[in-house]
Design a protein around this ligand. Structure first.
Ligand code: GDP
Length: 298
């Protein structure tokens, strides 16, 4: 498949003997390899440029340590910078001082929102919370049933509009759900919203209306890691149209190298909170910047 970035850098620097400092020529040679590897990992071009400028800056002044050869030294710098861009530490979920905490999910159709709702519910339950799912995707046929199914699997309650009442108004459902959560003492509410195949104004307006009605503690933008560079335009559209406080990356079990993670984090400035890596409810974890950096580095 791919040469890993570590391999490329080692190859580019193998002619070097140990020196006191990396020369500009060494740094330029490695920058080229980093650029190719990041583009292959599907990182957006603008992000690649910024990243390389940062690496060059850092590598210039770096002393070559006794313990590491020049290639290892550069790999170390690249790794540290990647971890930094990806958020450094894992960012924890914001919980409301007065329950219920409201978490709203937003993203394109097929991104994995409904599956994520079940995963998040199970994860929250294991953390000792009493979550409730809310079906506000009233557009896609079967979306409500699909949420109810994942809710059952996770062993949590799903709030959904009563069948037979027509399509229904998702904002009204969201409002009633919050009232019900307070009444039934659910401390976390996860609101699933409708997606479209592409970004459109109606979708954004509906999501923004739901947001205004439920005043979420977190809006999580759910994005399929497999869409690569398209993640950037989609993320920007959701940031402008709805706004979000965190990102969830799905389908990391596919062969995507994780460039989407780097691009979305860098472009939107919002942290990645969780990662999904399979269709089962257990295929889910908090996001670890260091693991993602290793994946991108190869
Ligand atoms: P939604 O339209 O955003 O609600 O997306 P869904 O939750 O319906 O997911 C769309 C498809 O992706 C379904 O077939 C899911 O089983 C699948 N899916 C969701 N998350 C993952 C994941 O992390 N890995 C894989 N391989 N498939 C996933």
């Amino acid at each position: 498949m791919f040469d890993t970035l570590s391999d490329r850098l080692t190859a580019a620097l193998q002619t070097l003997t140990r020196k006191g400092r990396l020369s500009d020529a060494d740094i330029d040679a490695t920058a080229r390899e980093i650029r190719i590897a990041l583009l292959e990992a599907d990182v957006a071009l603008g992000v690649v440029k910024t990243f390389i400028a940062r690496i060059k800056e850092r590598a210039k002044g770096a002393e070559v340590s006794q313990a590491l050869n020049p290639a290892q030294q550069v790999v170390k710098i690249v790794n540290e910078e990647l971890v930094g861009i990806l958020g450094g530490e894992t960012r924890r979920l914001n919980l409301a001082k007065t329950p219920p905490t409201v978490i709203m999910l937003a993203g394109l159709q097929g991104a994995g929102k409904t599956t994520l709702a079940g995963k998040l519910a199970l994860w929250l339950k294991k953390q000792g919370h009493a979550p409730m799912l809310v079906a506000c995707d009233l557009q896609r046929p079967n979306a409500v049933t699909q949420l109810q199914v994942v809710g059952e699997r996770a062993g949590v309650v799903t709030f959904a509009p009563e069948p037979g009442n027509g399509v229904g108004d998702p904002v009204d459902v969201a409002r009633r759900a919050i009232a019900e959560a307070k009444h039934a003492q659910h401390d976390v509410v996860v609101v699933d919203t409708a997606g479209r195949l592409g970004v459109d104004e109606e979708l954004m307006k509906q999501a923004a209306d739901i947001r205004d009605a439920v005043e979420p503690d977190e809006v999580l933008f759910v994005v399929d890691a497999m869409i690569g560079q398209d993640a950037v335009t989609t993320a920007q559209a959701f940031q402008d149209g709805v706004g979000f406080s965190g990102v969830v990356l799905t389908k990391l079990d596919g062969d995507a190298r994780g460039g989407a993670a780097l691009s979305v984090r860098e472009i939107t400035g919002q942290p990645i909170l969780f990662a999904s890596n399979g269709e089962k409810l257990e295929d889910f974890d908090t996001f670890h910047p260091d693991r993602m950096a290793s994946r991108i580095l190869g």
